[in-house]
Design a protein around this ligand. Structure first.
Ligand code: MG
Length: 369
């Protein structure tokens, strides 16, 4: 799945400080809502996000393990530093892998799935009022307006151990995930959220609209919204793992081709460097020539060029000399001087041959009278 993201964070209209934080680091997406004193909230949310991000990049543990590590980091810090004692944070994290999303969650931030026009809550609030709803003591509607609705029963960073909710959801093409802090859900009803997600196709604009809606409704808390749109870009409706496998195979094939091309290039350069230091005497057209390189062609590449054409030395004139049989294939030399010596020797041999041949007609002419 390819994920297209939109994210928005706003301090709201009442709070003087933003304790929320979020992380968009494909394939990891997290929202956090810190709490605790004048300094604690933003320290807790930032420390938790940093810890999860670092471990995720290092590929250490599951998402839940990373939340537990964040818990240790926040708890350890608050135990040492009086100014942030008792701080904590919610963390709702999503990691997309192939065609599914893994969720790890603690607190009252939320993850929703918006699929085919319907909004579905994927997480459970760790709040006092939610446990009262579960026990049947109050209704969900009563919980929404309960004076203690923001009292958390589980938080990252306030105790040495942490229980993390984990779940996995299979993603379909066109699915939209929403991660948000309670600054959105305490201000905007799920029907309104559903309407905005259903009418705004652009994830960034959807995130902005949700944030504006929370502010219009009062904005009493910091608002954080992350919208994730899942796109299955494989044109055929085949299952995602298979298309991912095909992509991996295609990548491997490309890498192999790349390595093969590199080896070939190094080989050709090597041969070329070697060839540039070699010389030979051969035939160019009808005449003898000195070549730089080697008399060979590899895969259509020529490894030689003419250094000197000897138009004074017709190849045909050398037919009677012993070198004739070697000449068409090239007579190799270790240097240009040596190649020139070979040519000079040919000339000398040719002249000597002409001298020995030339008197013959005279001999045949002389025995007249
Ligand atoms: Mg909040």
């Amino acid at each position: 799945m390819r994920i297209e993201t939109g994210a928005a964070m706003d301090i709201g209209r009442v709070r003087e400080k933003n304790d929320d934080g979020y992380l968009v680091d494909d394939p990891l997406y997290v929202v956090a809502d810190g709490m605790g004193g004048a300094r604690g909230g933003d320290v807790a949310s930032r420390l938790a996000l940093d810890t999860v991000a670092r471990l995720a990049r290092e590929g250490k543990g599951t998402l839940a393990d990373q939340l537990r590590a964040a818990n240790e980091a926040v708890f350890s810090r608050s135990s040492k530093d009086e100014a942030v004692r008792g701080m904590g944070t919610t963390v709702t994290a999503a990691r997309v892998e192939l065609d599914e999303v893994q969720l790890a969650h603690v607190g009252d931030s939320r993850a929703y799935l918006f699929r085919a026009g319907d909004l579905r809550l994927l997480t459970e609030d760790h709040t006092l009022v939610h446990s009262m709803v579960k026990r049947g003591e109050i209704t969900r509607a009563e919980a929404e307006v309960h004076p203690h609705r923001s009292v958390l029963t589980r938080v990252v960073g306030t105790a040495p151990d942490l229980d993390v909710d984990e779940s996995t959801v299979a993603l379909l093409d066109g699915d939209r995930l929403l991660l948000c802090t309670d600054g959105l859900t305490s201000m905007v009803t799920e029907d309104q959220i559903e309407a905005i997600l259903g009418s705004e196709p652009d994830p960034q604009k959807a995130a902005d609209r949700l944030t504006r809606a929370a502010n219009r409704a009062g904005g009493v808390d910091n608002i954080t919204v992350v919208v994730l749109d899942a796109h299955d870009d494989g044109s055929a409706p085949e299952p995602a793992p298979r298309s991912a496998g095909v992509r991996r195979k295609a990548l491997r094939w490309l890498v192999r081709r790349g390595i093969a091309a590199l080896v070939l290039a190094v080989l050709l350069v090597g041969v070329r460097v070697y060839a540039d230091r070699q010389w030979y005497v051969g035939v160019r057209g009808t005449h003898v020539a000195i070549y730089q390189g080697i008399p060979a062609t590899v895969l259509g590449f020529h490894f030689s060029h003419v250094a000197e054409e000897r138009s004074d030395l017709p190849a045909a004139s050398l037919q009677a000399l012993p070198v004739w049989s070697d000449l068409p294939g090239g007579i190799t030399a270790d240097s240009r001087e040596e190649a020139e010596q070979i040519v000079a020797q040919m000339r000398a041999d040719l002249l000597a041959q002409r001298k020995t041949v030339a008197p013959q007609p005279k001999v045949s002419e002389s025995p007249s009278p």
